[in-house]
Design a protein around this ligand. Structure first.
Ligand code: SF4
Length: 457
């Protein structure tokens, strides 16, 4: 409805983005910070920024998101935000008593040039940080990058807390990237099945998909403790899931504490999950149990049973680069054809990876990093697809072009379930295929003639 005027003809745009396929850096930093136990995220900027970041996360996770703000007004905008942040650190520890404050900057504080490490030093010297408590920070100006880079920057700051005692602890670090809290649970479950002791950070499971108990806890008993994050420097290895979300932190751990890292794709779909399970096995010297092989077999069974409905169906997908790379590989592996692929996050590497994965597909592929939904809509007008996969913002295109939409990614503002049903791993692959198959068969039921209207598929 709102997009009826999107023209089919594509003209080159250099200085204008329309409906970007991304959101701002601090949202990612805030989500990552919520995966630290006892952490209050803090937005160093105006109240408006913080309200936007909190409400976006609340709308997706359907949980109240607590975060503090430096509450910039005209004075801070002109003279800098140091005084506000010092007072905020003091107030937060006095009033809310978190274990950790994770500060991220905003466009305004970055433009002023506030220096977070210098302000933290001053806060410590002035005894505003109580003994045993932690303050960490990430630079997240939103005029570069996206929510994905904001997430990555905050996770890198966590890795910077790692310490090396000289004695390995036998654990493997897993940096899961921006996935749902239930996906983090599923990654932990898979690692436990393979017999690997892990430290995962960040870990939002139990924080953003916790039960309703009738008792409000500002800091749920979940998330990765600062003690465990510090001990990640003694791990035997790190598995970083996703080049965009997790690789920087893993490489920092490698440089700083000599913890060797492997950067893998996020474990969405059959092959990426195979590689993740294999990496778990290798890094810890364990074997893959029959239970994991059985879960894999169930996913393969579903693919073979339903292959006729997936075969050569054209798909448009949009979202975040790490997710899209793994999803594209999964779709290609079941003979679907992702022909239009857009991420709002910059990075030419993304386009190269997608072209490599789709090189043997029977159709031409359009792919763009730092792209927007307007271009995706134009591509679809020129080459229609059978299904669209992405976040809630795809519903406008889906409605205008009458295409089934599978909601997957961030943010999903108008549906439930994403925080509870994982899509990583073999079981998650079944969930993803079930969602895609559901919309394809619903469409068949809607459009088939009476003679072809089937009871059994
Ligand atoms: S884009 Fe910048 S100014 Fe806008 S909400 Fe994000 S951080 Fe604040």
């Amino acid at each position: 409805m709102l997009l009826k005027h999107t023209p089919k003809e594509i003209t080159e745009r250099k200085a204008l983005m329309i409906n970007p396929a991304k959101t701002c850096q601090p949202i990612g930093a805030m989500y990552a910070a919520l995966g630290i136990k006892g952490c209050l995220p803090h937005s160093h900027g105006s109240q408006g920024c913080c309200a936007y970041h909190r409400s976006t996360l609340t709308r997706h996770y359907k949980e109240p998101i607590s975060a503090a703000t430096s509450s910039f007004t005209e004075g801070a905008s002109v003279f800098g935000g140091q005084a506000n942040l010092l007072q905020a650190i003091n107030n937060i520890f006095t009033v809310y008593a978190p274990e950790v404050i994770a500060v991220h900057t905003t466009c305004l504080s970055e433009t002023i040039g506030d220096d977070l490490p210098q302000i933290f030093d001053k806060a410590i010297k002035e005894q505003k940080v109580p003994e045993g408590k932690t303050v960490l920070g990430a630079n997240t100006p939103s005029y570069v990058g996206s929510h994905v880079t904001g997430f990555s920057n905050m996770v890198k700051s966590m890795a910077n807390l790692a310490e090396k005692s000289g004695k390995k602890n036998g654990k493997v670090n897993i940096i899961p990237g921006w996935v749902e809290p239930c996906d983090m649970e599923e990654i932990k479950r898979l690692a436990a099945m393979v017999g690997v002791k892990i430290t995962m950070f960040p870990d939002t499971s139990g924080v953003l998909n916790g039960p309703l108990t009738g008792e409000y806890k500002m800091f749920p008993d979940a998330g990765t403790s600062i003690k465990d994050i510090k001990a990640s420097g003694d791990a035997i290895g790190t598995l970083a899931l996703g080049e965009w979300c997790s690789a920087d932190a893993a490489r920092l751990l490698d440089t700083k504490c000599k913890v060797p890292c492997s950067v893998l794709d996020m474990p969405f779909g059959l092959q990426a999950t195979d590689r993740f399970v294999d990496a778990l096995r290798k890094v810890s010297g364990t074997t893959v149990p029959d239970e994991v092989a059985a879960e894999r077999g169930q996913l393969v069974d579903l693919i073979s049973d339903m292959h006729q409905y997936f075969y050569h169906k054209k798909v448009a997908i949009f979202g975040d680069p790490d997710q899209l790379i793994a999803l594209t590989e999964f779709l290609v592996s079941i003979d679907m054809c992702p022909i239009h692929i857009v991420t709002g996050t910059p990075g030419k590497k993304f386009e190269r990876r997608i072209k490599e994965i789709t090189k043997d597909m029977p159709y031409k592929v359009n792919v763009k990093a730092a792209g927007d939904m307007f271009l995706l809509h134009q591509w679809i007008k020129n080459e229609p697809v059978d299904v669209l996969i992405g976040n809630t913002y795809g519903k406008y295109i889906a409605r205008d072009e009458d295409i089934p939409l599978v909601r997957w990614g961030f943010p999903i503002l108008d549906r439930q379930g994403h925080q509870y049903f994982p899509t990583v791993g073999y079981k998650g692959g079944i969930r993803l295929l079930e969602k895609i198959l559901g919309v394809l068969l619903d469409r068949l039921d809607r459009d088939n003639t009476e003679e072809k209207f089937e009871l059994v598929y």
